[in-house]
Design a protein around this ligand. Structure first.
Ligand SMILES: Nc1ncnc2c1ncn2[C@@H]1O[C@H](COP(=O)(O)OP(=O)(O)OP(=O)(O)O)[C@@H](O)[C@H]1O
Ligand SMILES: O=P(O)(O)OC[C@H]1O[C@H](OP(=O)(O)OP(=O)(O)O)[C@H](O)[C@@H]1O
Length: 211
């Protein structure tokens, strides 16, 4: 049995479609179910549905053999997992943003973010000593109410920035979802895992050729 940690929310639907296109027969009720653990015996698979930021934890601890996680999550924390495949889904990017014509406060510049490690290493590379203010969501609020001069957050269409009167100053990194694997699982079950990588790669290549 292969156990796969799936991220609930926006990535889930795209990941489900990719698996189905790769020929995995996943039950139709999959998307509507509130169950957090779903077995698909005919495919020899068990799916667990987790918070996106937690997928890598289940895989690192080996209770899930595989997982689908955003590259932002993998960049934020060094975790003992292997990254097997760029799934080219949930495309977005990490960026520095803030109020237009604003600058970093000279004395104690503050950066609000859900990605403290990515933000602090980015500004360190820019030679800027900043105070990181960790938040869990609605990061764009921080510059509006004077909590921070800058944010480091995910940007996709740019709509959230625009509607909140913010602008993007720098792009840090492109982000897509990745297939990750527990290192021990990869050694123990590699034929089934290799087969999944091959089947998913074929779908991704085909879709890239068609686009
Ligand atoms: N606007 C977006 N467009 C595309 N992909 C996104 C966007 N925002 C986040 N992502 C990707 O989706 C993953 C999950 O992000 P999301 O914000 O849905 O989850 P979360 O914040 O961890 O959970 P929740 O929002 O339910 O608290 C992120 O790790 C990132 O890779
Ligand atoms: O450029 P856009 O298309 O506007 O997308 C960017 C927004 O998407 C995410 O928000 P989301 O609501 O997913 O989650 P959050 O709770 O982390 O803000 C991210 O945090 C940005 O706020």
């Amino acid at each position: 049995m292969l156990t796969i940690a799936m991220p609930k929310g926006r990535i889930f639907e795209e990941a489900l479609e990719l698996l189905r296109k790769a020929g995995y027969a996943l039950p139709p009720e999959f998307a509507e179910s509130r169950k957090l653990m779903i077995d698909v015996p005919e495919e020899g698979m068990r799916f667990i549905l987790a918070k996106p930021m937690d997928v890598v934890t289940y895989v690192e601890h080996g209770v899930a053999d595989l997982g689908i996680a955003g590259k932002d999550v993998l960049l934020e924390e060094e975790r003992d997992v292997y990254e097997l495949l760029d799934l080219h889904i949930s495309k977005c990017h990490l960026a520095v943003a803030g109020l237009p014509n604003s600058r970093l406060n000279d004395i104690a510049p503050r950066v609000a973010t859900k990605y403290p490690n990515i933000a602090s290493s980015y500004f360190r590379e820019q030679g800027e000593q900043v105070e990181i203010i960790p938040l869990n969501g609605s990061i764009e609020l921080a510059p509006l109410i004077g909590l921070a001069d800058r944010i480091v957050d995910i940007v996709s269409t740019g709509r959230t920035l625009k509607e909140n009167g913010l602008v993007e100053f720098e792009k840090i990194s492109d982000v897509t979802s990745r297939l990750i694997v527990n290192p021990v699982s990869y050694r123990m079950k590699d034929d089934k895992i290799d087969e999944m990588v091959e089947r998913l790669s074929a779908v991704i290549t085909n879709e890239e050729d068609e686009s």
